[in-house]
Ligand binder design. Structure first.
Ligand code: RB5
Length: 146
Protein backbone atom coordinates (compact mmCIF):
# COMPACT_ATOMS: atom_id res chain seq x y z
CA UNK A 1 0.00 0.00 0.00
CA UNK A 2 1.15 3.53 -0.69
CA UNK A 3 2.96 5.49 2.00
CA UNK A 4 0.58 8.40 1.36
CA UNK A 5 -1.90 8.25 4.21
CA UNK A 6 -3.99 11.43 4.21
CA UNK A 7 -6.87 11.33 1.78
CA UNK A 8 -9.34 14.10 1.01
CA UNK A 9 -12.73 13.25 -0.49
CA UNK A 10 -15.43 15.39 -2.05
CA UNK A 11 -18.26 15.04 -4.53
CA UNK A 12 -21.36 16.72 -5.84
CA UNK A 13 -24.91 15.57 -5.08
CA UNK A 14 -24.69 12.73 -7.63
CA UNK A 15 -22.16 10.78 -5.61
CA UNK A 16 -22.81 11.29 -1.92
CA UNK A 17 -23.58 7.65 -1.13
CA UNK A 18 -20.66 6.25 -3.10
CA UNK A 19 -18.35 8.84 -1.55
CA UNK A 20 -19.35 7.67 1.92
CA UNK A 21 -18.72 4.04 0.96
CA UNK A 22 -15.29 5.00 -0.34
CA UNK A 23 -14.54 6.97 2.83
CA UNK A 24 -15.23 3.94 5.01
CA UNK A 25 -13.22 1.67 2.76
CA UNK A 26 -10.23 4.00 2.66
CA UNK A 27 -10.29 4.19 6.45
CA UNK A 28 -10.28 0.39 6.60
CA UNK A 29 -7.13 0.48 4.45
CA UNK A 30 -5.43 2.74 7.01
CA UNK A 31 -5.96 6.14 5.40
CA UNK A 32 -6.88 9.19 7.42
CA UNK A 33 -9.88 10.49 5.51
CA UNK A 34 -10.95 14.12 5.36
CA UNK A 35 -14.42 13.95 3.79
CA UNK A 36 -15.25 17.55 2.98
CA UNK A 37 -18.76 16.84 1.77
CA UNK A 38 -21.29 17.86 0.87
CA UNK A 39 -23.26 16.00 3.54
CA UNK A 40 -26.79 16.66 2.25
CA UNK A 41 -28.32 15.65 -1.10
CA UNK A 42 -29.40 19.05 -2.44
CA UNK A 43 -28.28 19.83 -5.97
CA UNK A 44 -24.94 21.59 -5.94
CA UNK A 45 -22.15 22.59 -8.31
CA UNK A 46 -19.29 20.16 -8.93
CA UNK A 47 -16.63 22.86 -9.66
CA UNK A 48 -16.88 24.08 -6.06
CA UNK A 49 -16.20 20.65 -4.63
CA UNK A 50 -13.47 19.70 -7.08
CA UNK A 51 -11.64 22.94 -6.39
CA UNK A 52 -11.99 22.58 -2.61
CA UNK A 53 -10.50 19.08 -2.56
CA UNK A 54 -7.77 20.00 -5.04
CA UNK A 55 -6.74 22.98 -2.93
CA UNK A 56 -6.30 20.64 0.08
CA UNK A 57 -3.97 18.42 -1.95
CA UNK A 58 -2.09 21.34 -3.52
CA UNK A 59 -1.55 22.89 -0.07
CA UNK A 60 -0.15 19.63 1.32
CA UNK A 61 -3.06 19.12 3.71
CA UNK A 62 -3.75 15.80 2.00
CA UNK A 63 -1.43 13.43 0.14
CA UNK A 64 -4.08 12.24 -2.29
CA UNK A 65 -7.64 13.12 -3.23
CA UNK A 66 -10.63 11.23 -4.57
CA UNK A 67 -13.50 13.21 -6.07
CA UNK A 68 -16.75 12.12 -7.59
CA UNK A 69 -19.64 13.48 -9.64
CA UNK A 70 -22.13 11.81 -11.97
CA UNK A 71 -19.60 11.05 -14.69
CA UNK A 72 -16.39 12.05 -12.92
CA UNK A 73 -15.67 14.38 -15.81
CA UNK A 74 -16.73 17.81 -14.62
CA UNK A 75 -15.24 17.57 -11.17
CA UNK A 76 -11.99 16.25 -12.66
CA UNK A 77 -11.79 19.28 -14.97
CA UNK A 78 -12.30 21.63 -12.03
CA UNK A 79 -9.60 19.91 -9.95
CA UNK A 80 -7.10 20.05 -12.78
CA UNK A 81 -7.38 23.85 -12.87
CA UNK A 82 -5.59 24.02 -9.50
CA UNK A 83 -1.80 24.29 -9.99
CA UNK A 84 0.04 21.12 -8.98
CA UNK A 85 -2.98 18.86 -9.41
CA UNK A 86 -2.92 15.89 -11.73
CA UNK A 87 -6.35 14.25 -11.62
CA UNK A 88 -7.38 11.32 -13.80
CA UNK A 89 -10.93 10.11 -14.27
CA UNK A 90 -10.98 6.31 -14.16
CA UNK A 91 -13.65 3.69 -14.73
CA UNK A 92 -11.34 0.67 -14.45
CA UNK A 93 -8.63 -0.46 -12.00
CA UNK A 94 -5.87 -0.68 -14.62
CA UNK A 95 -6.19 2.99 -15.51
CA UNK A 96 -6.36 3.91 -11.84
CA UNK A 97 -3.08 2.09 -11.13
CA UNK A 98 -1.37 3.49 -14.20
CA UNK A 99 -2.38 7.08 -13.50
CA UNK A 100 -0.41 6.80 -10.25
CA UNK A 101 2.52 4.77 -11.62
CA UNK A 102 3.09 6.69 -14.87
CA UNK A 103 1.33 10.06 -14.48
CA UNK A 104 1.93 10.64 -10.76
CA UNK A 105 -1.72 11.55 -10.39
CA UNK A 106 -2.42 12.98 -6.97
CA UNK A 107 -6.17 12.87 -7.44
CA UNK A 108 -8.63 10.33 -8.81
CA UNK A 109 -12.06 11.13 -10.17
CA UNK A 110 -14.86 8.56 -10.38
CA UNK A 111 -18.28 8.76 -12.02
CA UNK A 112 -20.93 7.50 -9.63
CA UNK A 113 -23.38 7.10 -12.53
CA UNK A 114 -20.78 5.16 -14.52
CA UNK A 115 -19.43 2.51 -12.17
CA UNK A 116 -21.13 0.47 -9.46
CA UNK A 117 -19.99 0.24 -5.89
CA UNK A 118 -17.89 -2.93 -6.21
CA UNK A 119 -16.01 -1.66 -9.24
CA UNK A 120 -15.50 1.72 -7.59
CA UNK A 121 -13.87 0.00 -4.63
CA UNK A 122 -11.54 -1.91 -6.96
CA UNK A 123 -10.64 1.36 -8.68
CA UNK A 124 -9.94 3.05 -5.35
CA UNK A 125 -7.78 0.14 -4.16
CA UNK A 126 -5.77 0.20 -7.40
CA UNK A 127 -5.18 3.94 -7.09
CA UNK A 128 -4.30 3.96 -3.39
CA UNK A 129 -2.13 0.86 -3.69
CA UNK A 130 0.11 2.22 -6.44
CA UNK A 131 3.11 4.54 -6.33
CA UNK A 132 4.78 6.72 -8.95
CA UNK A 133 7.57 4.88 -10.78
CA UNK A 134 9.61 8.01 -11.53
CA UNK A 135 12.44 7.67 -14.08
CA UNK A 136 11.35 8.36 -17.66
CA UNK A 137 7.86 9.07 -16.37
CA UNK A 138 9.15 11.92 -14.22
CA UNK A 139 10.54 13.63 -17.31
CA UNK A 140 7.12 13.46 -18.93
CA UNK A 141 5.21 14.58 -15.86
CA UNK A 142 7.57 17.54 -15.55
CA UNK A 143 6.65 18.46 -19.13
CA UNK A 144 2.97 18.58 -18.14
CA UNK A 145 3.78 21.02 -15.37
CA UNK A 146 5.56 23.24 -17.91
C1 RB5 B 1 -24.92 16.64 -12.28
O1 RB5 B 1 -26.18 16.38 -12.79
C2 RB5 B 1 -23.86 16.16 -13.26
O2 RB5 B 1 -23.81 17.01 -14.36
C3 RB5 B 1 -22.52 16.07 -12.59
O3 RB5 B 1 -22.60 15.22 -11.49
C4 RB5 B 1 -21.37 15.56 -13.41
O4 RB5 B 1 -21.70 14.37 -14.07
C5 RB5 B 1 -20.69 16.54 -14.29
O5 RB5 B 1 -19.65 16.25 -14.91
Amino acid sequence: MSTSKRLVLSSDHAAIELRQVIAKHAESLGFTVDDIGPKTPESTHYPLHGKAAAERVAAGDADLGIILCGTGQGIMMAANKVPGIRCGVCADPFSARMTREHNNANMLSIGARVVGESLAIEIVEAFLGADFEGGRHATRVDMIEG
